[in-house]
Design a protein. Structure first.
Length: 280
């Protein structure tokens, strides 16, 4: 049972995904948004397959561009609707009409809702829109940033919402009765990607002078050979083992050079020496 909350698209790949298999009217993805033509006498929209459920679920999105009036005399509409199959004219919707400068929160039957809540449309205040079903009620909400929501209408859940299991479609559409063609844009379905991000300007230097206390490390270039042959000049000392009496010749035996012809003569010390054991 796919809930509408599982449908996620930020349109950043600029390719209409398979989840919008019923898209119609020449829609496209441009600049990371779903773009829907608003052309006199023609409907166009992004529409999913009729395979979702709203009961116990929700769907929210961003409307960065509502189709401007551009000479229309009755309606230039940008609409976010949840529609059951196969009932025609029945849906839950949020309808922006820039000719009347209104935003309406609707539960339509036979294409009308005499009890719809209507407010003056504000592109900033109504940037984010949400429809949800919870606790036996349907709620229509708006937000400036996609995080903090204001409820605009609450209605007991229509019977068709709970009965229409896996048969609902999300339909994002636009229409005008006359005037000059333009478009509406939707973005960030069930995701805050790119939401509540503010871009400002600043001045500074790419290489700012600063002071830091720490350890300096000097890095230089060195050339060397890993295994360089070298010649050393010095004195070689050979140590051996000798035995004998105080005045006896001794032969030093070493593991070094052949010392078999070397003799060690030990005698008494000369005057002005400090003599210690065993000579005293």
């Amino acid at each position: 049972m796919p809930l509408l909350s599982t449908l996620i698209d930020n349109f950043n790949d600029n390719v209409i995904g398979p989840e919008w298999g019923n898209a119609y009217g020449g829609v496209s993805e441009v600049g990371g948004r779903a773009r829907i033509p608003c052309t006199a006498g023609n409907y166009a929209g992004y529409q999913t397959a009729k395979a979702y459920t709203l009961a116990g679920s929700s769907v929210y999105l961003q409307v960065p561009v509502a189709a401007a009036a551009n000479g229309a005399t009755v309606e230039a509409q940008t609409v976010f609707a949840i529609t059951p199959d196969p009932t025609q004219g029945t849906n839950l919707a949020i309808n922006i009409n820039t000719v009347a400068n209104t935003i309406r929160f609707e539960s339509n039957v036979a294409y009308t809702d005499g009890a719809a809540v209507s407010l003056t449309y504000s592109a900033a205040t109504h940037l984010w829109l949400r429809i949800r079903e919870t606790g036996g009620n349907v709620l229509w909400d708006t937000s400036t940033d996609g995080s903090t929501w204001t409820n605009r209408r609450t209605l007991a859940t229509p019977a068709w919402v709970t009965a229409a299991t896996n048969t609902l479609a999300l339909d994002l559409w636009s229409y005008r009765n006359n005037g000059t063609s333009n478009f509406a844009e939707f973005d960030n379905v069930n995701t805050l990607t790119n939401g509540a991000v503010y871009t400002g300007t600043g001045t500074g230097s790419a290489q700012t002078t600063g002071a830091a206390t720490g350890t300096r490390i000097a890095t230089g270039t060195a050339t060397g050979t890993a295994e360089t042959a070298a010649t050393a000049t010095g004195t070689a000392t050979y140590t051996g083992t000798a035995s004998g009496s105080a005045e006896t010749d001794a032969i030093a035996i070493s593991d070094g050079p052949d010392t078999s012809d070397a003799h060690l003569r030990i005698g008494r010390p000369a005057g002005r020496w400090a003599v210690s054991e065993p000579w005293k």
